[in-house]
Write a protein that binds this ligand. Structure first.
Ligand code: BGC
Length: 743
């Protein structure tokens, strides 16, 4: 034993000695340390810091190179992803800090999107909770768990605004709204990065996918993107900016092009906007081989040129493409890129490694005990249950069938009623389906008969009879249906966004029994379910809630929790309405169902099935007429205006019989602008708890920029004239006050 302790101490001394051999004083500032280190580095070693490879733990695309240990050893690879758990990470980090010339520690990245081991709702679902503190907490727990398992970098948050539910990646973001997307982006960055980088419960955030990936044409993943600069700056760009300004340490480029130039080689995006306009100081990483894919985009002839285009555009790190590693040195020799650009990129990477504290202790994220105590802790599960129930949206509740009564006999039906495997959703980190609570398990103790009825996919209806028999014998039917988890996420676009297989048929058959039917939906995107909306008695949208699914759903079904989620994305009536979103611009022929010659369909109404911001409660709320005071004049949104130039007040009352939370939403419309303006835009919300009969007067304050926009000449600011300020319980249920901004 003594001998072992002695050997351990000796090893520590040797390690310290080797680290102390670093070319800087331990007391020096980070900049000085980085400069000293850079001065010692060869060009190859610098390029190694700009290289990120996946290990063979798991990957989302082809693994280009093997033998990553040798790459680490030679200094050719300075960063890894898809490597996690303390033992695995420690060994790889050991190679970096013991077997390389300069002993520079590795970064370890991973897609920790909605939890690491304790899985929270998918981001789209979580966005439905309209609770920024809850969202920040969820990101923070994900970070704490990831950081306890060796990781120090997450490829999140994904902040791509999207209006097309065909696109599978809608599940990863915050939905269709720009303003809500900004607030959620900030909350997630704060959650992941915690109080301070370097704390052992924080990881680097990576804002992705920059930029406008959510606007892939036809909702087809990896497709091209084109839109006006005005549209881009107004709707798509703000969440990336919000995340950067919230301190996000890194940014990931997107697969798509923007204005004809792939994002990974787009200097306008990466340098003009990101660095020059927003002052971003962290590093930019490509998406998975997106640098190589610029050859397919057809904007460069070969991979070497792709590297040059990327570096010159502002990309610091090459994810999995190995282009920088293979060609950048040659490009320097040929004068196609400058050595100082490589220095600058390496400086950005090294700086963050110092900030994370990796040079002081390369194993600071590798502590077995912390890992065991952190993962799936009781506190984390409790928080997950809380966030999960907050994310559930009650879409329909005829005759107040919900909450259920304890003495009711329940027929629990559907392929997702007792199915653990789907509940963690896509992008599920290191989550285990086995740790999930199913709906059946959540309802334990109730009088339950469980029958599956059918599969998620396929045409087999042989289980219908048993399901219908169970329904006839019950007081109420709860039927859990939806998509498979892998039907949304990357490379999972769908042209048909109805319920797959024969599930809808099963639900409609159950409805015909005359028993009240409560549909529990599980899905990663807005679905087109008009028949179900018409025939079911109640509908709960539960997304993919993760580890605590069943408990959260049971809390809502039983009334232990009064649902308060609101949709972050419109639900279309059919795929033919897509894209359908609330903040569209005014047309010259506004919708009129009685006139053919207006902007409409001849076979369908314009309104979505369920609009943005919609969600019911077990109680009801009423709104007073809002009032507003204006204390500024229109012009540039500059500092000389008061902090809160428009103040809006409204009184909300709980008119029902149960305590509940309301999400009071504030929308704005500029009636006459120098360019067409959206018919409404979210600019604020407050989530409040009200007891039955209780009223609260809410005050909203709007900043000049909330009324500003890119005017005809593309300067940002306000214009004089009238604005409608609307307050209410959804984007389509508001009361309006008109204000005037004077010149
Ligand atoms: C995805 C990214 C992800 C990366 C690494 C890519 O295919 O587009 O969102 O972060 O893989 O896993």
């Amino acid at each position: 034993m003594k001998k072992l302790t002695y050997l351990f101490l000796l090893a520590q001394l040797l390690l310290l000695g080797s680290l102390n051999a670093q070319p800087y004083k331990p007391s020096a500032g980070i900049d000085a340390k980085v400069n000293a280190l850079l001065a010692k580095m060869t060009l190859d070693e610098k390029i190694g810091q700009l290289t990120l490879y996946t290990t063979d733990w798991g990957s989302t695309g082809p693994t280009i190179r093997e033998g990553y240990k040798n790459d680490i050893r030679s200094g050719a690879c300075g960063n890894l992803f898809n490597s996690h758990t303390v033992g695995f990470v420690r060994e790889l980090q050991r190679v970096a800090v013991e077997e390389t010339r300069l002993k520079i520690p590795l970064l370890f990245g991973f897609d920790v999107i909605h939890g690491y081991k304790t899985i929270f709702p998918i981001p789209l679902g979580e966005a439905a909770c309209w609770d920024l503190e809850a969202i920040e907490l969820s990101a923070h727990i994900a970070a704490a768990e990831a950081a306890s398992a060796g990781l120090n970098w997450t490829f999140a948050p994904m902040v791509d605004v999207t209006r097309d539910p065909r696109w599978g990646r809608v599940m990863e973001g915050a939905g269709e709204d720009t303003w809500l997307g900004c607030r959620i982006a900030e909350a997630r960055v704060h959650g992941f990065q915690g109080k301070k980088l370097g704390n052992t419960d924080a990881v680097l955030a990576c804002v992705k996918h920059y930029a406008a990936y959510g606007a892939s044409t036809a909702g087809r993943d990896y497709n091209t993107v084109d839109m006006s600069e005005r549209f881009f700056r107004e709707y798509y760009l703000p969440p990336y900016k919000a995340a950067v300004q919230a301190g996000a340490a890194t940014v990931m480029t997107s697969f798509n092009d923007y204005d004809g130039v792939p994002a990974t080689g787009n200097k306008y995006l990466l340098t003009t906007i990101l660095r020059n306009e927003w002052g971003f100081k962290g590093f930019v990483v490509t998406d998975y081989t997106s640098m190589n894919e610029m050859v397919n985009h057809g904007v460069i002839a070969d991979e070497k040129e792709a590297g040059e285009l990327s570096l010159n555009a502002g990309v610091d790190m090459d994810m999995q493409g190995s282009i920088y590693q293979r060609f950048l040195k040659q490009s320097v020799k040929q004068g196609k890129v400058l050595q100082k650009q490589i220095d600058e990129a390496a400086r950005r990477v090294l700086r963050l490694k110092f900030e994370l504290g990796l040079f002081d202790d390369p194993y600071r994220f590798c502590n077995e005990e912390r890992q065991n105590a952190t993962l799936l802790s009781a506190d984390h599960r409790k928080a997950a249950r809380e966030v999960s129930r907050k994310s559930i949206v009650l879409l329909k509740n005829d005759k107040n069938v919900l909450p259920l009564q304890r003495n009711q006999k329940i027929a629990l039906i559907g392929p997702l009623a007792d199915n653990k495997s789907e509940l963690i959703g896509n992008w599920n980190g290191a989550g285990n389906a086995d740790d999930c609570v199913t709906v059946a398990a959540g309802l334990q103790g109730w009088s339950l008969t469980h029958v599956k009825g059918c599969d998620i996919e396929g045409s087999d209806k042989s289980g219908f009879d048993a399901a219908l028999a169970a329904a006839r014998n019950a007081d109420v039917v709860v039927v859990a249906v939806g998509e498979k988890a892998m039907m949304s996420g990357e490379a999972a676009s769908r042209t048909d966004i109805t319920l797959p297989g024969v599930q809808e048929e099963l639900v409609l058959e159950l409805c015909k029994t005359g028993k009240p039917v409560v549909v529990v939906l599980m899905n990663g995107r807005p679905l087109a379910i008009p028949q179900i909306a018409q025939n079911a008695t109640a509908i709960l949208e539960t997304w993919w809630l993760g580890t605590e699914t069943g408990n959260a759903i049971a809390d809502v079904l039983s009334g232990a929790y009064n649902p308060a989620g609101r949709l972050p994305m419109s639900f279309p009536r059919s795929v033919g309405q897509v894209p359908v979103f609330y903040n569209e611009r005014s047309t010259g022929r506004p919708y009129n169902p009685d006139s053919k010659w207006t902007s409409r369909y001849i076979d369908e109404v314009n309104a979505p099935l369920y609009p943005f911001g919609f969600g019911l409660s077990y109680t009801t709320f009423s709104y007073s007429q809002p009032t507003a005071t204006v204390s500024f004049a229109a012009n540039d949104a500059s500092k000389r205006y008061p902090k809160s130039p428009v103040t809006v007040q409204v009184t909300v009352t709980n008119t029902g019989k149960m305590a509940g939370e309301e999400v009071a939403q504030l929308y704005v419309r500029d009636l006459v602008g120098s360019v067409t303006r959206p018919v409404r835009e979210l600019k604020g919300f407050q989530k409040i708890m009200l007891q039955p009969g209780e009223s609260k007067t809410l005050t909203f304050t709007l900043k000049a920029e909330d009324l500003g926009f890119y005017r005809r000449n593309m300067t940002f600011g306000t214009e004089p004239g009238e604005y409608d300020i609307m307050v209410g319980g959804s984007s389509q249920d508001v009361k309006t006050v008109r204000v005037r901004l004077e010149k």
